[in-house]
Design a binder for this molecule. Structure first.
Ligand SMILES: C[S@@+](CC[C@H](N)C(=O)[O-])C[C@H]1O[C@@H](n2cnc3c(N)ncnc32)[C@H](O)[C@@H]1O
Length: 491
């Protein structure tokens, strides 16, 4: 679908009132100014980065950018920022702030409910203190989802800023907090100004949040939804925590998904720029293949799911004539660059592991590393690899039970002792997807050996090779999923 040309909802009186408040007073600007020079800069940067794959430079849409805080803080990290606001005045302020920070961003005047962008064009859509004030927040969420790339993350920071006007018990708590704040800090500040009947027009004026948001995002098909109800503890000053004690700012993070095969393809496409040369590369992989499947100098080898070429290049170095196949164009591009840099020949072909564009009996050896676990039809892949092998040829592949920790409490304990950090939305989503993959719940490599024989290999065996192929660092990092090797012979 092209950009959204449907009209935004007619702004409510509440929205107009808020817009005027935000644009007229210098308060908001002054707040941002103080936040731009405070400890918050690093906190926001860390928070944002914790939701991205390591090293990712993201295309970010900041909806309702106001005076442009995130453009300064995240733009200066190298992220490509697009800022949207309905108010021309706010955009002018945002541009001024960006100028003084020496950052560049695209500034677009638009309603948050109907954005002038194509589908699937941002890695991250984020907003702060906006959803509560929208006229049709569910529709806005759907719109943000539309412009988000599959695998991209939605980050929402907000609070139930008006709920106390509609809840007596909460009102008493908020009043007490406002009093405590005034007493302790000698300043009068309100959680959300004074009650105005125009607030009644906002659909979320008294909503139970973030529960409301989570339900809507689930309905829209978002995955890996997680809420941090105390994100305010990281961001707010001690004094602000007193004031907002009964109305904490929360964070919602979620990922846009696609189903099944399409999801996996998109996931790997996006991973291409952060995958690096490969997982746990060491010459030991190439040497081991050569040892268990000696095929002589110049033998033809196919590496299935070659990614950026880590294993393929090790094998080319050992002397095989290597063809790398992968279903992701981005991965193949990275592999071509790596091969050029290493000055090693690689033939690269875009192909699915279960439907290879090669004649029967084309290769002396077929290899693959860390691919089998993610295949929707693993037995179909084995049969296909058998087909393209020459009689007398060998299949040698490496894999681990990467997602056993999702099902086995003992492995889970081991996993969580290594990874205490919160997982980023796209990885959480991968966990959800991994649970649906056929191999996640099967016992491996027993399954592999049996399945290889079933598709026609005359013999097959498997063994743990973690100590052979992984450095000590990798053995520690992936202790929860030892690497095994499967070797099968075609008569
Ligand atoms: C974990 S990476 C491993 C990359 C490489 N084998 C290595 O060890 O460095 C998995 C790779 O498998 C590819 N892949 C996943 N499913 C595939 C499929 N059905 N057909 C072809 N390639 C696939 C992905 O694009 C990705 O490059």
């Amino acid at each position: 679908m092209p950009k959204n040309e449907s009209a935004a909802p007619h702004p409510s009186r509440a929205r107009l009132m808020l817009q005027e408040d935000w644009a007229s007073g210098e308060t908001y600007d002054a707040y941002i100014e103080h936040e731009l020079t405070g400890f918050q800069v690093q906190v926001w940067r860390d928070l944002f980065t914790s939701h991205l794959p390591e090293g990712k430079v993201a295309k970010v849409l900041d909806v309702g950018c106001g005076p442009g805080y995130f453009e300064c803080v995240l733009g200066s990290l190298g992220h490509k920022m697009t800022a949207v606001d309905a108010s021309e005045d706010m955009l002018a302020r945002a541009k001024r702030n960006a100028q003084s920070w020496g950052v560049e961003a695209d500034y677009v005047q638009s309603d948050a409910h109907a954005l002038p962008f194509d589908d699937d064009c941002f890695d991250v859509v984020m907003c702060r203190n906006l959803v509560w004030a929208l006229d049709d927040p569910a529709r806005a969420y759907a719109e943000w989802l539309r412009v988000l790339k599959p695998g991209g993350a939605l980050l929402v920071y907000d609070g139930a800023w008006t709920r106390h006007f509609y809840d007596e018990e909460l009102a008493a708590e908020v009043e007490e907090n406002e009093r405590a704040y005034a007493e302790r800090y000698g300043k009068t500040r309100k959680v959300c100004g004074a009650y105005d009947e125009r607030y009644d027009e906002l659909p979320l004026h008294a909503a139970d949040r973030p529960a409301w948001d989570v339900a809507v995002l689930k309905e829209l098909g978002m995955r890996g939804i997680e809420v941090d109800e105390r994100v305010c503890d990281k961001i707010l000053l001690e004094s602000e925590l007193v004031l907002y004690a009964a109305s904490p700012m929360f964070e919602i993070s979620a990922a846009k998904t696609l189903d099944g095969d399409a999801f996996l393809h998109e996931y790997w496409q996006q991973r291409a720029d952060t995958y690096g040369i490969g997982s746990g590369d060491s010459p030991a992989f190439g040497e081991l293949v050569d040892e268990v499947a000696p095929a002589g100098e110049g033998a033809k080898l196919l590496d299935v799911g070659c990614g950026p070429g880590g294993l393929s290049l090790e094998l080319a170095r050992v002397g095989y004539r290597v063809t790398g196949a992968d279903f992701c164009a981005n991965m193949l591009e990275a592999a071509a660059e790596n091969a050029a840099r290493e000055k090693l020949p690689l033939e690269l072909v875009e192909a699915d592991a279960t439907a290879l564009p090669f004649d029967d009996g084309s290769f002396d050896v077929v290899t693959s590393r860390n691919v089998m676990w993610n295949l929707p039809d693993p037995k179909g892949a084995l049969a296909e690899w058998f087909r393209v092998l020459k009689p007398g040829g060998s299949l040698v592949y490496f894999d681990s039970e990467w997602y056993r920790f999702l099902l086995d409490p003992e492995v889970a304990e081991q996993y969580h002792s290594l990874y205490e950090v919160d997982m980023i939305p796209s990885y959480r989503m991968l966990n959800e997807e991994a649970l649906k993959l056929p191999l996640t719940s099967l016992s491996r490599p027993d399954w592999d050996v049996a399945a290889a024989k079933e598709v026609g290999f005359s013999s097959a065996y498997a063994r743990d090779v973690s100590t052979v192929v992984w450095t000590e660092e990798y053995r520690k990092r992936w202790a929860y999923a030892p690497q095994f090797m499967v070797v099968a012979q075609k008569l």
